[in-house]
Design a protein around this ligand. Structure first.
Ligand code: NAD
Ligand SMILES: O=C(O)C(=O)C[C@@H](O)[C@H](O)[C@H](O)COP(=O)(O)O
Ligand code: ZN
Length: 364
């Protein structure tokens, strides 16, 4: 078992990463002082619930906890205000009180949605993350919780830190291949922004990661979470440094929105976005290898690098204007300057970005 801490003063919390952790979930909840009198509200989705919810519920009930559950349809469309309201209704009907906790059992969709319910219900109750996707090594850590608006991704949300991230690697063995690849995009991102050796390691171990080799996966997720922990511990509310975790996201989020949140998985969209950032980086003076290595590692992980041609460039540019980093009329981009290093560029011209969007439609 590996353990990491997100260092946020009195809101610090651990990330536990290990095989078979779900068997011991009740003892971890005991250690964290969860209430046995107030109901725990486990939120999961329609793919994850049949696989893991009965076990989690049984282990917690055997440990003396009161459990109520809610299952949302799988997929990004569940990150909506309508689904948020439905969960608040279910929480009220189940009698959740201020000593209750919301438990997210699933990938980033469930984590972001359930987290926003935890942030808003009675102005904020306890929250625990049980990630079940590779991608969720990113989404379960750091406290960004949100739902989408048709015009913009993650635009209705809050910062609400979990009290614990409980990552049982055994759950990853049932992930569909497309989700394995999508999740690796955020692993690659953590290397590209912070750690050149980690990028080399991913390059050399992509096959093992794609094959869900337990040792390789455990190491990659630990490293990815370590980068995220280091960044979030320094800048919890994205006043500055934390923006680097958005590498590839300005373009990526716009693609997700323009594709109606149903064509591209988050990791696929940001993979294309990271290639776009690498092109911008090279144009601004970074070595050519920034583009070559970025593209090669993403392709080794089975990720797309070409922007689907039918997505309209004007709509993509319009969607980018809703990015949370767009302030006082300026586009802000996270731009690689070398492998493992990025800078926050506050003077990016929209024309340059438009040209890169067009270029991404021809990548291959
Ligand atoms: N809050 C953050 O900091 C943060 C960071 C990164 C991404 N995100 C968000 O996370 C979301 C993407 O997360 P995701 O890729 O985990 O998507 P997801 O939650 O939709 O999961 C992907 C798919 O895998 C299924 N699934 C999940 N676990 C499974 C398992 N163990 N076995 C079989 N199937 C399983 C799900 O039902 C879903 O169909 C996006 O909404 C993105 O914006 C948030
Ligand atoms: O934690 C962060 O900070 C990130 O930017 C992580 C991203 O991978 C993630 O997709 C996040 O949800 C994006 O946040 P947003 O503020 O750009 O919506
Ligand atoms: Zn992301």
């Amino acid at each position: 078992m590996r353990e990491l801490t997100i260092d946020l003063g009195d809101r610090s919390y651990p990330i536990y990463i290990g095989e078979g952790l779900l068997d011991q979930i009740a003892s971890y909840f005991d250690k964290h002082g969860l209430s046995k009198k107030s109901p725990l509200f486990i939120v999961s989705d329609s793919n994850v619930a049949p696989r893991f919810l009965p076990k989690v519920q049984q282990k917690l009930e055997e440990g003396g906890y009161r459990v109520v559950t809610a299952v949302v349809p799988s997929g990004e469309s569940s990150k909506s205000l309508a689904q948020f309201e439905q969960l608040i209704t279910e929480a009220l009907q189940a009698g959740l009180d201020r000593n209750s906790a919301v438990i997210a059992l699933g990938g980033g969709v469930v984590g972001d949605l359930a987290g926003y319910v935890a942030a808003a219900y009675m102005r904020g109750i306890r929250f625990i993350q049980i990630p079940t996707t590779i991608l969720a090594h990113d989404s379960s850590v750091g406290g960004k919780v949100a739902v989408n608006h048709p015009l913009a991704k993650n635009i209705i949300g809050a910062f609400h830190q979990p009290e614990m991230v409980f990552y049982d690697l055994a759950t990853l063995q049932t992930l569909p291949e497309r989700e394995v690849k999508s999740g690796l995009a955020e692993v690659v991102k953590h290397g590209l922004i912070w750690d050149t050796e980690f990028v080399d390691w991913i390059d050399a171990h992509a096959d093992k990661l794609l094959a869900l080799d337990a040792e390789a996966l455990g190491y990659a997720l630990y490293k990815g979470c370590s980068v995220k922990a280091a960044v979030v511990s320094q800048d919890e509310r994205e006043n500055d440094l934390r923006a680097i975790l958005n590498l590839g996201h300005t373009i990526g989020h716009a693609l997700e929105a323009v594709a109606n949140y149903n064509e591209l998985q988050h990791g696929e969209a940001i993979s294309i976005g990271m290639v776009g950032s690498a092109i911008l980086g090279v144009e601004l003076g970074a070595p050519q290898e920034v583009y070559e290595v970025t593209k090669r590692v993403l392709q080794r992980c089975g990720l797309p690098v070409r922007l689907p041609e039918h997505l309209d460039t004007d709509e993509i540019m319009e969607a980018m204007m809703h990015d949370k980093k767009f302030k006082e009329g300026h586009m802000v981009y996270i731009i690689p300057t070398a492998i493992g290093k990025v800078e926050i560029n506050k003077a990016m011209s929209a024309e340059r970005v438009r040209a890169v969007v067009e270029q991404l439609k021809k990548e291959g």
